[in-house]
Design a protein around this ligand. Structure first.
Ligand code: PGA
Length: 237
């Protein structure tokens, strides 16, 4: 087991460091499969990756990406959807073909079928070479919320009240936050060859500490990462 814990001085340093790790992965294996995350934390890293691409330091033409999750009921045109976020924050600014970028379809009428499709897709493309993760205030990764057990495969989940509250900052009112999401399961995250977990700020420092040094329990989903064979954690104040 290898855990590499890196504390940097600020959010900008965290973003630069994460971007460098991701681009180094692509440079060492141009057809890498990247597992990607949404949320506030990776925004700076995605900006740095766009800059590195512009400077000619990295080529995404053979890369494939698999995102962690998507809200149920939001279309790709909805500015709060994760597809919209990814296009805007990363994909439109680098040379990746859209057909090589994957997220669950939040508009599918048959959510269970969509979960099964996404799981098959992951099976066909994976294992993921490098999985980028943020962490929720409640320890979730992707939308694997605290619960009585870890779920291995892609599934539809009811968002925790704490998650709805945290994510309401992106919506006009809390009532607009979707109550359900499709997320990859812990099996996908744990099968990734490398995991890069990033977290910024005081509140995240507490949950990071609990997840990485506390009991391994589905009540703190990220705690399972203590079992991962190649985990890098980058944190900033
Ligand atoms: P954040 O979310 O980066 O917006 O804090 C992280 C997460 O919920 O996984």
């Amino acid at each position: 087991m290898k855990m590499n814990f890196i504390k940097v001085k600020d959010y900008n340093a965290l973003s630069v460091h994460a971007a460098e790790i991701i681009c180094a992965q692509v440079n060492s294996k141009p057809n890498s499969v990247l597992g990607l995350a949404t949320g506030s934390t990776p925004i700076g890293a995605y900006e740095q990756i766009r800059e590195m691409y512009k400077r000619g330091e990295v080529d995404f033409s053979a890369v494939k990406t698999i995102n962690l999750d998507e809200y149920v009921g939001l279309s790709p045109e909805n500015a709060q959807s994760y597809r919209y976020f990814m296009n805007n924050q990363l994909f439109n600014g680098i040379n990746i073909a859209k057909e090589n970028t994957h997220l669950p379809d939040g508009m599918s009428n048959t959510v269970d079928d969509e979960c099964a499709r996404y799981e098959r897709l992951i099976d066909s493309l994976g294992p993921i070479d490098l999985q980028l993760l943020g962490i929720g205030n409640n320890g979730h990764i992707g939308f694997n919320e605290p619960g009585d057990f870890f779920i291995k495969e892609c599934h539809c989940t009811q968002l925790a009240a704490k998650t709805i509250e945290a994510n309401s900052r992106f919506f006009d009112t809390i009532d607009e936050v979707p109550k359900k999401a499709i997320t990859v399961g812990m099996g996908t995250v744990m099968a990734a060859k490398k995991v890069l977990l990033i977290a910024a700020g005081k509140e995240k420092a507490e949950i990071i500490n609990k997840a990485l040094t506390g009991k391994i329990t589905p009540q703190v989903p990220a705690s399972i990462l203590q079992f991962h064979a190649d985990l890098t954690v980058v944190v900033s104040p």
